[in-house]
Design a protein around this ligand. Structure first.
Ligand code: ADP
Ligand code: MG
Length: 659
C-alpha cells in the first residue's frame, strides 16, 4: 500500500461567483516512502495548490486523498489537525519562521502545540538543530540568520514531530545555488531515512538529483519519471527518528504554554501593550476610588455620630404625620409646628415595653422651640432652640464639663454657655418656656455642659436638657399635663439593639432623629457613589473598544504567524486560546496598574485630608479591589473574544499567501 495516493483530485476556484476556474484537473498519483519527489512546472500551474491539499491545509477539492489507506476527507477537524501535526512536515520558500521566537522555540513550537514536556521539547529541538549544523545559532532570532540557515531551521521544525511526509514548496527558491545543494542533500538524507519528501522546485539541477520528477502544467500531470531508487540508508534512519517523543494523539496546547506564548507575543509589542494597560487602568482606578470615597465618608459620619450614642438605649419617636406637611411652603416651615407630634399613648407604651429584650422604658420630651424659650444668667440672656429631657441616652461621654443634672438641675450646651459665660456651671439661671401661649419661668442650677458629635444638629442648636420629672412637675404646677413625645427603650446588652430597632420600625414608630438623618445621609451618599461610579464606568467602555481595536490590528499583523501555526498543526482552539489569553493578560495588567494607582492616590488624598479634616476620606475595601480586578479582566476577555475568533477562523492557505 502506498503511503500517499491521490485519486481523481480536482480543484477549482470560483471567479466572479459563477465562473469556475480549474487549477487542478483529475490528478492521480501515488507515493512510497524513501522517495524524493520533485514537482516542477511553471508558475501558476497549481503546484502550491496541490501541496496544500496533501498537507491538509485545504479541504475543498473533489476526489480522494488517501494516507496509509485513510481517506483524509473523512477526517474530523481534530483528526485533520493531528494529521498536520504528526504526519506532515511543511517547508516553505519564504521560510515562514515566527520572527519574535528564538530559533529553538521556532522548532519547539510544533511540540508545544502537542503538549510535549518542556525538557523533551528542548532536547529534541536541540538535537535536530545540531544535526542540521545550527549549534551556534540556537538562541538567535530568525532575522539574525542567513537564508540557508533559516531554511535549515524550517526543516528542523518540519521534522520535529517525526512526520512521515515532508512537503517542501520551493524550499530552494530563495537560496543561492550552493546553499540550495546543501538543502537538497538534507532532503535526500531525510528521504533515505524512510520518509516521503515531496519538493516543489524550479531548478532543473535540483530536480535532476531527485529520485522522481513530476511535471505539472496547467493543473494536469504531464510527466512522471522515476529516475532512480534512493538506496535506503539503514544507518541514517535513526537520525530523524523521534517517535518516542511523539504524542499521545489528540493532545493540544495547554494553558501554561499558551500563557507563555501570549506573554512572548506581548513582549514583542511591549510599548503598545503598556499603553493599552495604562489606558484601561484609568477607568478601573476611578471606579475603585469613587466607591472608596463614598465608603470613607460614610464610615466617618457613622463613626462620629454613633460614638456619642449609648448603644443600650433605643430612642423611639412617633412617626411624623405626613399629611400636615403636604403644602410645604416657607410660611409653614417657619412656624414651630415641628412639635405638633402626636404624643405617645398608654397603648403605645405597652406595645413598646412588650418588645423582646426591652428591660425598661423611659418617657421623654423633646421640643424644638426655635427661640420661643430662653435662659438668663447674671443679666445676660440666650434664647433656647431646643428643650429636651435627659434619659440614660445621655451619659458622661456627653459631658464637656461638670456632672449630669440631678433634680432641679439642667445641662446646657456649648452654644449657650458661650453666650452667658463659662462660669455658669454650678450657678442658678432662670429658664423661661412657652407653654400654650403662656410664658413659664423657673430657676435651675447648671450642672454641666453638654457635647456631641460634630455632625449632630444639637451641637449648633442652643439646647437645654433637664430631668423628665422636673419638667413634668413644672407643668403640673401650672395645671398643664406634660405629654411625652419620645420614648427611650433600655436593653441589657448591645447584641439586642439592632433587633429592637427593627421591631420598632415594624410597629410603625421612627428611630431617633439622629438615626433617621444618618440613614438618609447614607442612602444619599450611596446614590451619589453609584452615579459617580457609573460615570467612571463609561471609561471602561472606552477601554473595551480600545482593546478590541488593538487586538484586531494584532490579528492582521500576525496573519502569517497564525497561518504557520495552523500549518504545523495548531488548532482553532489553540489560536483562540493564545489571543484570549493575551486579552486576559492585558486585563490583569490594567487591573493591577489601576489598583496601584488607586492605592497610591488613596494614600496621597488621605494624608491631605487628615491634615485638613482629621479623617481618612478614601477607604478602599478589599472587595472593591477584587471587584476592580475582576471587572478589568472580564472586560478585556470579552473584548478579546471577537478578534480571537477572527484569528481562529483565518484560512491557513490564505494566511500563508499573505506577503
Ligand atoms: P504555483 O504554486 O504552481 O505557482 P498555485 O498553486 O499557487 O500555483 O496557483 C495555481 C492557480 O490558482 C493560479 O493560477 C492562481 O492564480 C490560482 N489561485 C490560487 N489561489 C487562488 C484563490 N484564492 N482564488 C482564485 N484563484 C487562485
Ligand atoms: Mg507556488
Amino acid at each position: 500500500m502506498s503511503i500517499l495516493s491521490l485519486k481523481n483530485i480536482s480543484k477549482y476556484y470560483k471567479v466572479k461567483s459563477s465562473e469556475k476556474v480549474y487549477v487542478l484537473k483529475d490528478i492521480n498519483l501515488s507515493f512510497e516512502k524513501n522517495e524524493l519527489v520533485a514537482i516542477i512546472g511553471e508558475s501558476g500551474s497549481g503546484k502550491s495548490t496541490l501541496m496544500n491539499l496533501i498537507g491538509g491545509l485545504d479541504s475543498k477539492y473533489n476526489g480522494e486523498l488517501f494516507v496509509n489507506g485513510d481517506n483524509i476527507k473523512k477526517f474530523k477537524k481534530r483528526e485533520l489537525d493531528d494529521y498536520r501535526k504528526n504526519k506532515i512536515g511543511f517547508v516553505f520558500q519564504s521560510f515562514n519562521l515566527i520572527p519574535h521566537l528564538s530559533i529553538l522555540n521556532n522548532v519547539a513550537i510544533a511540540m508545544t502545540l502537542s503538549n510535549v514536556k518542556k525538557k523533551e521539547r528542548v532536547k529534541r529541538a536541540k538535537e535536530l538543530l545540531i544535526e542540521l549544523g545550527l549549534k551556534d545559532h540556537i538562541n538567535k532570532k530568525p532575522n539574525q540568520l542567513s537564508g540557508g540557515q533559516k531554511q535549515r531551521v524550517a526543516i528542523a521544525r518540519a521534522l520535529v514531530n517525526d512526520p512521515e511526509i515532508i512537503i517542501a514548496d520551493e524550499p530552494t527558491g530563495s537560496l543561492d545555488s550552493k546553499t540550495s545543494m546543501q538543502v537538497l542533500e538534507i532532503m535526500k538524507s531525510i528521504a533515505k531515512a524512510g520518509k516521503l519528501v515531496i519538493m516543489v522546485t524550479h531548478s532543473e539541477k535540483v530536480a535532476s538529483c531527485c529520485s522522481r520528477v513530476i511535471k505539472i502544467a496547467d493543473g494536469s500531470i504531464n510527466e512522471d519519471n522515476k529516475s532512480f531508487e534512493l538506496e535506503a540508508a539503514v544507518g541514517d534512519e535513526k537520525n530523524y527518528e523521534g517517535s518516542r517523543y511523539i504524542r499521545k494523539r489528540g493532545k493540544s496546547l495547554n494553558s501554561f504554554n499558551a500563557i507563555k506564548l501570549a506573554l512572548t507575543n506581548m513582549k514583542e509589542k511591549a510599548i503598545r501593550n503598556i499603553f493599552i494597560s495604562i489606558g484601561s487602568s484609568i477607568g478601573i482606578m476611578s471606579l475603585i476610588l469613587m466607591l472608596a470615597f463614598g465608603n470613607g465618608i460614610k464610615a466617618y459620619f457613622n463613626r462620629t455620630m454613633n460614638s456619642y450614642v449609648n448603644p443600650l438605649v433605643i430612642e423611639v419617636n412617633m412617626p411624623s404625620d405626613d399629611s400636615e406637611t403636604v403644602d410645604l411652603d416657607i410660611a409653614t416651615i417657619q412656624k414651630p409646628d415641628i412639635n405638633k407630634q402626636t404624643p405617645f399613648k398608654e397603648e403605645d407604651i405597652k406595645k413598646l415595653s412588650e418588645i423582646e429584650n426591652v428591660s425598661s422604658i423611659e418617657k421623654g420630651f423633646n421640643e424644638i422651640s426655635l427661640g420661643a424659650d430662653s435662659l438668663s444668667y447674671n443679666g445676660k440672656g440666650s434664647n433656647v432652640m431646643r428643650l429636651s429631657t435627659i434619659s440614660s441616652n445621655i451619659t458622661e461621654s456627653n459631658l464637656k464639663e461638670g456632672t449630669l443634672p440631678k433634680d432641679g438641675e439642667i445641662l446646657i450646651n456649648k452654644t449657650i454657655s458661650d453666650k452667658v459665660g463659662e462660669d455658669v456651671i454650678g450657678k442658678k439661671v432662670t429658664l423661661s418656656i412657652l407653654v400654650n401661649q403662656k410664658v413659664l419661668k423657673k430657676e435651675f442650677v447648671v450642672s454641666g455642659i453638654y457635647t456631641t458629635a460634630g455632625g449632630d444638629l444639637t451641637s449648633i442648636m442652643k439646647s437645654v436638657f433637664l430631668n423628665y420629672s422636673d419638667l413634668e412637675n413644672w407643668y403640673l404646677e401650672n395645671k398643664y399635663e406634660l405629654k411625652s413625645n419620645v420614648m427611650y427603650l433600655n436593653t441589657p446588652s448591645e447584641k439586642y439593639t439592632d433587633g429592637i430597632k427593627e421591631k420598632v420600625k415594624e410597629l410603625g414608630y421612627s428611630g431617633s432623629s439622629q438615626e433617621q438623618m444618618l440613614n438618609m445621609f447614607n442612602s444619599m451618599i450611596s446614590i451619589l457613589t453609584y452615579v459617580l461610579s457609573g460615570i467612571s464606568a463609561v471609561s471602561l467602555v472606552v477601554s473595551a473598544i480600545m482593546i478590541v481595536v488593538i487586538m484586531y490590528i494584532s490579528v492582521v499583523e500576525r496573519t502569517k504567524e497564525i497561518g504557520i501555526i495552523k500549518a504545523i498543526g495548531g488548532r482553532r482552539k489553540d489560536i483562540r486560546k493564545i489571543f484570549v489569553l493575551e486579552a486576559f493578560l492585558i486585563g490583569c495588567f490594567s487591573g493591577i496598574i489601576g489598583l496601584a494607582f488607586a492605592y497610591a492616590l488613596m494614600r496621597g488624598i488621605n494624608i491631605k485630608s487628615i491634615k485638613l479634616f482629621g479623617i481618612n476620606l478614601v477607604l478602599i475595601k478589599k472587595s472593591y479591589a477584587a471587584f476592580g480586578l475582576t471587572l478589568s479582566i472580564a472586560i478585556s476577555v470579552l473584548a478579546g473574544l471577537l478578534p480571537a475568533n477572527k484569528a481562529a477562523r483565518l484560512d491557513p492557505v490564505e494566511s500563508l499567501r499573505r506577503e
